[in-house]
Structure formats: C-alpha cells, structure tokens
Design a protein. Structure first.
Length: 216
C-alpha cells in the first residue's frame, strides 16, 4: 500500500513539474516572440492605419458636393487600396473560420474591405438632399497604441487602440482596420476619439501581414 502511495505521489509531483515547466516555456516563448516581432508588427498595423486615413484627407480648395465626391472616387479609393495591398493579405484559414463560427464572431478580411471601398463615393453620396458643403477631413492624425501582442499558432494576435485627432467638417468616412468607418471631424476645430480593435496577422515570405480584424 505504501509502495503504491509513493508511486502515486511521484506521479502527482511529476505531473505538477511538467505543468510548471510548460507554463514557464510558454511565458519565455511569448516573451522571446514579442521581443523579436513586436516592432515589425507595430509598424505594419500603424502603417496601415495612418496610410489609409491620410488617403481620405481632402486637400482640394472647393468644398462643394461634386468636388468631394470626385476626390473620394479618384484619389481616396486608390490611396486606400494601395494601403490595403501593402499591409493586408488574404487568408483561407480565416475565411473558413468565419464560415464555421458558431458564436457569431466574424473577422473583417481583406476581401470585405475591398468590396466596401468600391466605390467610396457611394458612401458620401446621400442623394439630392445633401447640402452643398459635404463632410470632409482637412487633417487627421492617428496614434496607434499596441495594448498586447501574443503568438497565435503560426500567426499573431494584437490588441490595439487608435486615437484619431481629426479636423474638418461633419462626420466624413475613412478606411479603418474594420473597413469603411465614420469618424467625426467636427466643424473647423479638432475632434478626438479612440477605437479599439483585435488584429490577426500572419507572417508570409518573412513579412507580417494583417489578415483579419474585429472590434475590441
């Protein structure tokens, strides 16, 4: 009986040691991962946020409806697509996850944003009752803060907060990590707001790319 208890106790102790070793391994592995990859991941995310937002800044002199609609159609859409192609990539795995999700969780994908952006003009054209002065950004600054990064299989998950400091008129549109979004620009004075997102990334050919996003 004592012999069996000793064997049992050794098994319990060994099991505890294995669990402790595994927890330590995960902690060390995640720390090494963040130290090696954090800067590049942060650069990719903040690069997309900034480039896409700046593409939606109207620099024209005329503020009439047609001038601003033309800007979104010919310049903003092209600039946002450039940012999307530079920082995002399609993921078959994420598409399958979205299709199989049982709890309603859905990640915005590159394909989703491409479809939303064609054309951006439609988002601004509210019909014949639109006033002569359209909503627009004259300036917008984006500050991206990485709240956390962790390894997610062969990829990574980042929780971020973006602070938008916008100047312009009304509530124009911009392309954010979750697609076409509305961020208030005020009425000549700067307006600030913050949005939080969960970003999924995957490293392809040695470069990190965003493959999906959702609100956080």
């Amino acid at each position: 009986m004592k012999h069996r208890l000793k064997r049992l106790n050794r098994g319990i102790v060994l099991g505890i040691l294995v669990v402790i070793a595994f927890v330590i391994y995960l902690a060390v592995d995640n720390a090494v991962f963040k130290s090696k990859e954090k800067d590049e991941i942060e650069s990719v995310i903040s690069g997309f946020v900034s480039d896409a937002a700046q593409a939606c800044v109207y620099t024209g002199s005329a503020k009439d409806k047609e001038s601003i609609l033309t800007f979104y159609e010919r310049q903003a859409e092209a600039g946002c697509k450039d940012a999307l192609n530079k920082y995002w990539e399609h993921s078959d795995a994420l598409e399958k996850y979205n299709e199989a999700s049982l709890f309603g969780e859905y990640y915005t994908t590159k394909d989703d944003i491409e479809q939303e952006m064609t054309p951006l003009r439609d988002y601004m054209d509210y019909g014949d009752n639109t006033p002569a002065v359209m909503p627009y950004y004259s300036a917008i600054d984006c500050t991206t803060t990485i709240e956390s990064i962790k390894r997610n299989g062969a990829g990574a998950t980042a929780i971020i907060t973006v602070r938008y400091d916008a100047t312009g008129s009304g509530v124009p549109i911009l392309v954010s990590p979750i697609g076409v979004n509305y961020i208030e620009a005020g009425s000549g004075s700067q307006v600030s707001t913050s949005e939080s997102y969960r970003i999924e990334l995957y490293k392809q050919d040695g470069q990190w790319k965003i493959v999906g996003s959702t609100w956080y």
